[in-house]
Structure formats: C-alpha cells, structure tokens
Design a protein around this ligand. Structure first.
Ligand code: F6P
Length: 319
C-alpha cells in the first residue's frame, strides 16, 4: 500500500487531532503518502481530499475538535453514496482508509471494506460506548470537563443549600455519568444500563439532608431522559430546592488530556500498522493497557459493557 487516507466522522471528540497526527506521521515514517479527507464520509463523496505532509499535523496535538472537520452523512448510507466515495478514492489511487469515529462511522468503514476498500477503525467518541476497547478517544477529556464543571456547581450548591441535577452526554451509554458521579462524589447516578428506583434517589437525598449535608448532586445520563423533568419531580417530591444544569456540548470541546493524547497516538499509529500489514475491517482498541484489535463486524454486533464494579462502588460510597 502506497497511498492511504484518513478521516474523522460523527460527533467530534478531543484527541481526534492527536490521532490524525499519528496516522499521518506513522504513514510518512513508512514511506506511504497520506491523504486527509475533510468532513468525514460526506467530504469523501465530494472529493474533499488533500495530501498531508509532516507539517500539516504540526501544532494540533493539543487542540480539541478535528482539523479534518466532521459530519454525519445520510447519503453515504446508500449504495450510491458509497460508490461515489469509492470512485473518489480510486481517482487518486488511495488504497486504504483509517476511519476515526464512533459506531456510526464504523458502519461506514465496514461497508467500504466489503466493497473493496480496506478500512481500519479508530474509536473516537466521548461516549465510551464502543465494545472491544476499555476507552475511546475523548472520553477522558469529557470526563474531566464534567468533573471540573460539577466541582464549580458544588460550590454554589453548598452556599445555597441546594440539590443539583446535572445532565451529561453519552447517548445511550452511562459511562460519562457513572465515572463523573464517582469522581464528583455524587449522591446518585442515573444511567440507562440500570434501573434506579426514584424512591431510592429521594431517600438518599433526605438521608443526606437529615445528617446536615448542605448540597446534593445527582448525575443523570442523557440516555435516561430529561434533567429538567427529573429536577421538577425531585423538587416536588423532596421539597428540597433543586436546580438543573444540562452541560451540553461543552463536554465535546477543549484541550485533550494527556491520557487522550497518548491513547490517540497509540491507536492512530497502530491503525496504520494494521492497514500496511494487509488487515481490513478491523477496529483498534486498548484493553488492560494493551493494544488490541477486533473485527468491526463483531464490535458492531456486541452490546456495550459498562464497568458495573464502578456502579457498585458508587452505591457503596454514596450511602
Ligand atoms: O456521540 C457524541 C454525542 O456528543 C453524544 O453524547 C450526544 O448524544 C450526541 O453526540 C449529540 O449529537 P449532536 O452534536 O449531533 O447534537
């Protein structure tokens, strides 16, 4: 393989730039030409492809977002869209692709692989919802953004003796909620993977209040429902003054943490190695701090597994 491409697709995640840098530099290290595709699969269909040099990825390792921009494309899900994309790659002689993104992006990578363009997936999403890897690029940064925000909210919660519901992202996964709940010492975390009876949440709040706690923090994963609704219900039932903060897209931006930069560098470089070794339709991941790889088709068929021992610990520490 002498020419490869790289794109980012789906929701952006801090650390994607470090992954792009690793792909470009590792490709050039192996004497391979690397092409950057802007705006994900949408940009690929439209031929937004440019050759990248060592300097093209200078000064980006520390930046959030993605230098190659991102998009979610409906058209690329169709056969016609995929054929257009393949045509663009063939025109330039690009033989393989590294796709950085989440499960939607991996579906696209699997399709292109089926149709003769070998793709390697690199998991990049703040949601941490991809089977076959303990961590996805961006999760650690988003977690730290939430932790910092909740620390600030806790200050004002204490001053005013209030209960706060914090709604965090994660799509259908509860990882961001669970990890931040544990890191922020929340009273409760409410996640899609576990039913938490409403009475338990109220009971815990009242218990804390009775022993003199001046604030309470409840972290809600967006996949469960609306923080605003939960906040209203909590205030009506507990009679404790309650406020709601929906953290929103602040969780997706910002400088990647050292952990995400290292993870992205390792995964991006490994993806190039696999592509050059003739692999296709594979996702790279990290499990027990070892780089691993799995077939994308298997990854897409598996349910996401949340670390339930953390959920148990959360329950034990928030009595
Ligand atoms: O997948 C990343 C994510 O930020 C999810 O946590 C969230 O549900 C979704 O993307 C939001 O998507 P959009 O940016 O299109 O509103």
């Amino acid at each position: 393989m002498k020419k490869i491409g790289v794109l980012t697709s789906g929701g952006d995640a801090p650390g994607m730039n470090a992954a792009i840098r690793a792909v470009v530099r590792k490709g050039i290290y192996h004497d391979v030409e690397v092409y950057g595709i802007s705006n994900g699969f949408q940009g690929l269909m439209e031929g937004k492809i440019e050759k990248m040099e060592l300097g093209s990825v200078g000064d980006i390792i520390q930046r959030g977002g993605t230098k190659l921009f991102s998009a979610r494309s409906e058209k690329f899900k169709t056969d016609d869209g995929q054929e257009e994309a393949i045509e663009q790659l063939r025109k330039l002689g690009i033989e393989g692709l590294v796709v950085i993104g989440g499960d939607g992006s991996f579906k696209g990578a699997a399709k292109l692989t089926e149709k003769g363009i070998p793709c390697i997936g690199v998991p990049g999403t703040i949601d941490n919802d991809i089977p076959g890897t303990d961590f996805t690029i961006g999760f650690d940064t988003a977690l730290n953004t939430i932790v910092e925000a909740v620390d600030k909210i806790r200050d004002t919660a204490t001053s005013h003796e209030r209960t706060y519901v914090i709604e965090v992202m994660g799509r259908d996964a509860g990882d961001l909620a669970l990890w931040s709940g544990l890191a922020n010492g929340a009273e409760s975390v409410i996640i899609p993977e576990r039913d938490e009876p409403f009475e338990n949440v109220i009971e815990r709040l009242k218990r804390g209040h009775a022993r003199g706690k001046r604030h309470s923090i409840i972290v809600l994963a967006e996949g469960v429902g609306s923080g605003i609704e939960l906040g209203k219900r909590i205030e009506q039932t507990s009679k404790l003054e309650t406020r709601v903060t929906v953290l929103g897209h602040i969780q997706r931006g910002g400088r990647p943490t050292g952990f995400d930069r290292v993870l992205a560098s390792r995964l991006g470089a490994k993806a190039v190695d696999l592509l050059l070794a003739g692999e296709a339709g594979i996702m790279v991941g990290i499990q027990n701090n070892q780089l691993t790889h799995h077939r994308i088709a298997d990854v897409l068929n598996k349910p996401h597994n949340l670390n339930m021992s953390l959920y148990k610990l959360m329950g034990e520490l928030s009595i």
